[in-house]
Ligand binder design. Sequence first.
Ligand SMILES: [Fe+2]
Length: 293
Amino acid sequence: MPGPLRPHIACPTTSGTGSEVTGIAIFDWLERHAKTGIASKRLRPTLALVDPDCTLTLPASVVACSGFDVLSHALESYTALPYTHRPKPESPAARPMSQGANPFSDMACTEALRILGANIVRAVTDPDDTAARERMMYAATLAGIGFGNAGVHVPHAMAYAVAGLVKTYRAPEYPGDGALVPHGMAVIVNAPAVVRFTAPANPGRHLEAAALLGADVRDAAPSEAGEALAERIETLMQATRMPNGIGGVGFERHDVPALRDGALPQKRLLAIAPRTVGAQELEALFERALRYW
Ligand SMILES: [Fe+2]
């Protein structure tokens, strides 16, 4: 951003992006078939008006997709490389917004995960459950505060390729025509594959996230953390009619190299992954994301 922006009052109309409290703006770069973002502290709105009544008429599919975006913001920030493991800036003010997991973002993300686990299925399946939709709106803003100060990693990096390279799939209940994998859907179809891969970096946090989302992990060993969390996400996806992996939105094995090349340039995101992710790892993750159940 070349300079300060005009005052900006942001009023979200879905419970998803959290962009009313972040310094991130995402856009489609049509010529490159890429979805990407710009990030600057100057993009953070002056004021957020968060009114859950704005979401009462949303179709179920939109509530589900935006809800899984929230889930992934919270989960990715909570499992991101801790800020203490990243290069130290000259001064605290020079820290990037995507600085990695930190105590402040942890607080927002764990609470957002707890709310998500208890409300996402209710909010999607019962349009009259206004209490659940209100909780989802709060979770979206909370997760925005969290990931806006920590950063998201691999599922979001992969999502840009999934959304950008979509062929003919169009999500139900979205107005307009043409191929479309909504952002939250493009993210969550990667998430189970990613958490199975990232869990060994911090099994405790992955188990905790599974429990916050409603899984019973009392007897789970640290080595089972990735599976426990992935299974819980898959259960929530099935309960809300999400597609079965990237295969469910029209991708096949021969598309994996293009998907890998589409995700690889997302350096800001991959830099805070809890494990090193390069071309080989991305290829393996997209292969595993083809189908889950
Ligand atoms: Fe997102």
